[in-house]
Design a protein around this ligand. Structure first.
Ligand SMILES: [Fe+2]
Ligand SMILES: [Fe+2]
Length: 494
């Protein structure tokens, strides 16, 4: 076979190693020019072989081979093995303390780490008032961007940087606040008032809220290319910073998609038609668990309070903020998918409750936002969080207690235990799980899955086998991946 090398670009073995996960996730095949001018295509799924000493010693053909990828794939990879360009001293107490407190925020990819260290160094060495000034400047810039008709590549890069800056700033503020609490044991976490907040956190939170509001507005605009954010440095790593950025972006994109479909009537019609055959048995199963008397339902209106509906822009902003800060209190690399009752799961539980309580007293989030933080790992009674805790308490006092609905759009219903799940939190569960399957955190012994593998796992294990995720939202999510995110047509719904 004659190969047109003009379409290819050479890549070093080191660059392949740095980009192993991206190569397998983005299905980038490697063309190898081996000895004796033999050309071989290595499938993306086999890229690990190039780093397997035993395999290489048996395949001498690859000694001093040259490697190529299609030019069109080049933008998907991290650039060369670069190091931090300037000689900033990162070994300062502010940065050491930060990563000692938030080890989950440390990036793995060399380029990402260099970029994020520069950002963290910049904001960590600012005074509280300088940080507020910085936030005001970001807000001004973001508002300018919101006047554009389309999202350009340059805007996408800027948005990535802003989100990473916000991730670091909010954690630095939380760290300072907790340190202050620790130093003064008399401060009671439940009675602390905003007026006595020493670090300007409320002010900071208000500006961050406004910034996210404007970014949500920008994300509703058309994009120059659908994958404009996909290979951006701020959305590439497996650290918590990149996870928060990706989950926020995918969550907001999904909510816009959901609304569009809903307003076209396509979505509500589809659900009504498919409900009896496809979804009814799942909802009966959930009612059997929480309200056996209601397990004889026949329509979606009986399962979802007020039926399905579109979301307002304010709701999208409110929920989007929660998606951005959903793991604010996650300090360590823990596996969400660890078996029930394991030590890892016990650790994972903490970030939900800490996030829920911290969000209540560090700013002015709405009840919707607080609830999403406290409910994003409930998994219809297989997980942990505010609902499971409240429900267990209520059931111990009243063994006949029944929950009238499975799904609600009203967070007050969650406080009153009149619904099993809160619609935006069930969406966040799906977006979050999909992301951790594709990007397992550092130190977690799980191979990154391809989109196909992740969707199959979510469908077969987390719906068919255990019914943790919501099946209707899952199907919307699969259509969203196919129609908005350029996902493969092979992705299989329920
Ligand atoms: Fe989480
Ligand atoms: Fe998460």
């Amino acid at each position: 076979m004659k190969i047109n090398f003009d379409r290819y670009v050479e890549i070093t073995l080191k660059d392949i190693e740095i980009n192993r996960e991206v190569i397998s996730r983005s299905s980038i095949n490697i063309l190898i020019k081996a000895i004796n001018k033999i050309n071989i295509f290595l499938d993306h799924s086999k890229v690990d072989l190039l780093f397997d000493k035993d395999w290489l010693s048996e395949n001498k053909l690859f000694n001093s081979a040259e490697f190529f990828i299609l030019k069109s794939n080049q933008k998907k990879l991290m650039s060369k093995e670069s190091q931090p360009a300037e000689s900033i001293d990162y070994n300062i107490p502010e940065i050491r303390d930060f990563f000692a407190f938030f080890p989950s925020c440390e990036a793995s990819i060399v380029d990402v780490k260099a970029t994020e260290l520069r950002i963290l160094h910049n904001v960590a060495t600012m005074s509280a008032s300088e940080r507020i000034e910085k936030m005001r400047a970001i807000l001004k810039n973001t508002k300018k961007m919101a006047m554009a008709d389309k999202i350009t590549k340059e805007m996408a890069d800027k948005i990535g940087t802003i989100l990473t800056e916000l991730c670091f700033i909010s954690r630095l503020e939380m760290f300072t606040y907790i340190e202050n609490l620790r130093k003064n044991e008399k401060i009671n976490i439940d009675t602390e008032t905003e007026a006595s907040n020493p670090s300007g956190l409320i002010n900071m939170k208000t500006i961050s809220y406004d910034i996210i509001h404007v970014i949500v507005k920008i994300l509703g605009k058309e994009r120059e290319e659908h994958d404009i954010f996909d290979f951006n440095i701020h959305f590439s790593d497996k650290s918590l910073i990149a996870h928060s950025n990706r989950v926020f972006l995918n969550f907001v994109d999904f909510l816009y998609y959901y609304n569009n479909e809903f307003n076209n009537k396509a979505l509500s019609a589809r659900v009504r038609i498919e409900f009896q055959d496809k979804f009814l048995h799942y909802y009966k199963k959930i009612f059997e668990k929480f309200s056996p008397k209601r397990a004889n339902i026949t329509s979606i209106q009986e399962a979802t309070k007020m039926g399905l509906r579109a979301l307002s822009f304010e709701e999208i902003c409110d929920y989007g903020r929660s998606a951005f800060w959903h793991d604010l209190a996650k300090l360590y690399n823990v596996d969400y998918l660890a078996p029930e009752g394991s030590e890892q799961q016990e650790l994972a539980k903490r970030h939900v409750f800490n996030g829920y309580y911290l969000s209540r007293y560090t700013g002015k989030p709405t009840l919707n936002a607080i609830m999403i933080l406290g409910l994003h790992h409930e998994y219809y009674g297989h997980g942990y969080g505010v609902f499971s805790k409240m429900y267990a308490k209520k059931k111990s006092m009243d063994p006949n207690f029944d929950i009238p609905y499975i799904m609600t759009y009203d967070s007050k219903d969650m406080e009153q235990l009149s619904s099993v799940a809160f619609f935006p939190a069930k969406i966040l569960e799906i977006i979050d799980v999909y992301d951790v399957l594709l990007f397992p955190s550092k130190g977690i012994d799980r191979k990154p899955m391809t989109p196909n593998e992740a969707i199959s796992y979510m469908r077969d294990i987390m719906i068919e086998e255990t019914l943790k995720l919501d099946p209707i939202i899952f199907n919307f999510f699969v259509s969203f991946l196919k129609n908005v995110k350029g996902g493969s047509p092979d992705l299989v719904e329920i």
